[in-house]
Write a protein that binds this ligand. Structure first.
Ligand SMILES: Cc1cc2nc3c(=O)[nH]c(=O)nc-3n(C[C@H](O)[C@H](O)[C@H](O)COP(=O)(O)OP(=O)(O)OC[C@H]3O[C@@H](n4cnc5c(N)ncnc54)[C@H](O)[C@@H]3O)c2cc1C
Length: 569
């Protein structure tokens, strides 16, 4: 048993949210460490393509833009499920956070007059998405990583968080597995901030990187923080047919059309004004409807056509997309339309928290995609998630530094030693089990179930099937057996440990969707048409009930300036 490692603020996750928080927590005087299961610059944030929203008013057709318009678009896009004061913070702080990134070194694309360029994005009344060609996340992630290196923030790379240590309502550290060596260790901290990203891989078809399984989210859930609005899952309308690699909304922002197999620009029938730039939930349903009703191409896709933009513009604005289409579909968009279909993309729901990432457990904070700070509601607008990591990463970083300076618990060391021992015993027990089911079979069944029954279109029968099957998979998980028993780089073990959490998140998602008998944003119940504000203008909050099973309760949405209206685009 080695000693625990000690810091004031321990941040779990080296994506944009974690790194942005690290910068502020450090600048507020805390000793900060970032623990991440992958090297920070391999976090999924680096895959973000299209851009980040801020009402800068730089676009010649967007000079009148304002943060209030941005807040309104976000709330309308959310189908009125966003907590309005939070959406206002997001929009109000956006220009400052984006300019700060520019000053720190992100090289955004520019207009000829030298200002940061802005492109139109879905559901936005003005062109307000700032971008670095189609590699915005990569640019921003490197910028923040450099800012952390400059400040000498400590990094624990390739450590998998398995437990958050909470004692008497207060966070005091974490337990993690060092993947290269197999060592389990305790990390003592006066504040723990979890920025573990999304969990899209609970679905079979997803744009998310393979590491997006939500194991950090599940660890916080088990530590007693409820999950909020998990039934709201964003399906991106345009992912590459075959691999489901993302084809950014920026393609449509630059003027790309969607065509069905009959050559019809079908969005005219679904969103006559906004066309391809309607919000994602609407475009994804339109594409899926075309496919279901037999107007898609043979195997279930439609065409995204950019040929009319011309080769120079495609090469300048969408170089990454062109390369992806050539490499993974054998299609050069300069010459042929890109084959696209919808797939899971983003988790609107997540760990419940206040506007500073506080969770109700003292010293425990959450931020980024793993959290539900409730700015996206039932449907996130493109470009608002990168923004969320900056705006709320900064706020949570500041609060966690404050929390860390407000006193220390006693007896922590001994409790952490015990948690490490429990974790080691759990791993040993797994290694000793000699027969049972393989994790990959369970994982695939879960992913298929989610795609089939908790997808774009949902109904009671399908959701019940999903809830039952997931419960059965959870039982079978108790008998899972390892193929590989080594210590170093045992990814079989990592997969098994993470699968338990994936099943929990999948179950909460299906449960929330089954209970919510209305259509709102991304949650579309074919057996309950229409939005029902009377009953359902409420957040779903799920925590473990007394029987050890997840149970839902509900909380009113915070409405201030914008009363709910029908969404038309
Ligand atoms: C392909 C793609 C393109 C996108 N494009 C855009 C876009 O253009 N604009 C936009 O606004 N949004 C976009 N999004 C969404 C946006 O990129 C993400 O929501 C955002 O970057 C998430 O940041 P994060 O820091 O919360 O999480 P991530 O960047 O996913 O980082 C999560 C971190 O947590 C760590 N971690 C997770 N579990 C554990 C564990 N158990 N132990 C230790 N560490 C752990 C990981 O190592 C990682 O460092 C896109 C998403 C995808 C998938």
């Amino acid at each position: 048993m080695t000693d625990t490692l000690r810091q004031d603020v321990l941040i779990i996750g080296g994506g944009l949210a974690g790194l942005r928080a690290a910068v502020t927590a450090h600048d507020a005087g805390a000793d900060v460490a970032v623990l991440s299961k992958v090297y920070p610059i391999r976090s999924h944030s680096g895959a973000a393509q299209g851009g980040v929203n801020a009402a800068l008013g730089n676009h010649p057709e967007g000079r009148d833009d304002s943060w209030q318009r941005h807040a309104f678009d976000t709330i309308k896009g959310s189908d009125y499920l966003a907590d309005q004061p939070r959406a206002e913070i997001l929009a109000r702080d956006a220009p400052e956070r984006v300019l700060e990134m520019e000053h720190w070194g992100t090289y955004f694309s520019r207009f000829p007059d030298g200002r940061i360029a802005q492109r139109p994005f879905g559901g936005a009344g003005f062109p307000r998405t700032c971008y670095a060609a189609d590699r915005t996340g990569h640019q921003m992630l490197h910028t923040l990583y450099q800012q952390c290196l400059k400040r000498e923030v400590r990094f624990y790379n390739e450590w998998l968080l398995t437990r958050v240590a909470v004692h008497e309502g207060r966070a005091e550290g974490a337990v993690a597995l060092h993947v290269p060596s197999g060592e389990v260790r305790g990390f003592r901290a006066d504040a723990v901030l979890v920025a573990g990203g999304g969990h899209g891989r609970i679905y079979a078809k997803s744009t998310n990187s393979y590491v997006n399984v939500g194991s950090a989210t599940a660890a916080v859930f088990r530590a007693g923080v409820p999950l909020e609005d998990m039934e709201f899952v964003q399906f991106h309308p345009t992912t590459l047919y075959g691999t489901n690699i993302l084809i950014t909304e920026g393609v449509r922002g630059e003027g790309g059309f969607l065509l069905n197999a009959e050559g019809d620009r079908f969005m005219a029938r679904y969103a006559p004004d906004a066309m391809e730039l309607a919000p994602r939930d609407i475009v994804a349903r339109a594409i899926q409807t075309e496919i279901r009703e037999g107007r898609g191409f043979a195997d279930g896709y439609v065409a995204l056509d950019v040929r009319h933009l011309g080769e120079p513009k495609i090469k300048e604005r969408l170089p990454g997309i062109r390369q992806i289409a050539v490499d993974f579909a054998g299609v050069d968009p300069v010459e042929k339309p890109i084959p696209v279909q919808p797939a899971q993309h983003y988790s609107m729901g997540g760990l419940a928290c206040d506007e500073n990432g506080g969770t109700g457990v003292a010293g425990l904070f959450v931020v980024g995609e793993c959290s539900c700070i409730s700015v996206h509601g039932a449907n996130r607008l493109g470009g608002n998630s990168l923004l969320e990591t900056l705006v709320f990463g900064r706020r949570a970083g500041e609060r966690s530094a404050q929390a860390a300076s407000s006193g220390r618990a006693v007896g922590v060391e001994a409790r952490l030693v015990q948690s490490v021992e429990e974790q080691e015993q759990e791993i040993e027990a797994l290694k000793e089990r000699s027969s049972g089911e393989r994790q990959i079979a369970l994982r695939r069944e879960m992913q298929r179930t989610m795609n089939e029954h908790v997808g774009i279109f949902r109904d009671e029968a399908g959701l019940r099937t999903a809830v039952d099957r997931l419960a059965e998979l959870q039982d079978r998980y108790e008998t899972v057996v390892l193929d590989h028993r080594g210590r170093g780089f045992n990814y079989d073990l990592v997969d098994v440990l993470e699968l338990g959490g994936m099943l929990e998140l999948a179950q909460v998602t299906a449960l929330g969707a089954l209970e919510r008998s209305e259509c709102r944003g991304s949650h579309w119940r074919i057996d309950h048409p229409g939005r029902d504000d009377q009953r359902w203008l409420r957040h779903t909050i799920v925590s473990y009930g007394e029987a050890g099973r997840p149970a839902a309760r509900y909380k009113d949405v915070i409405i201030t300036d914008y009363s709910p209206q029908e969404r038309e685009y």
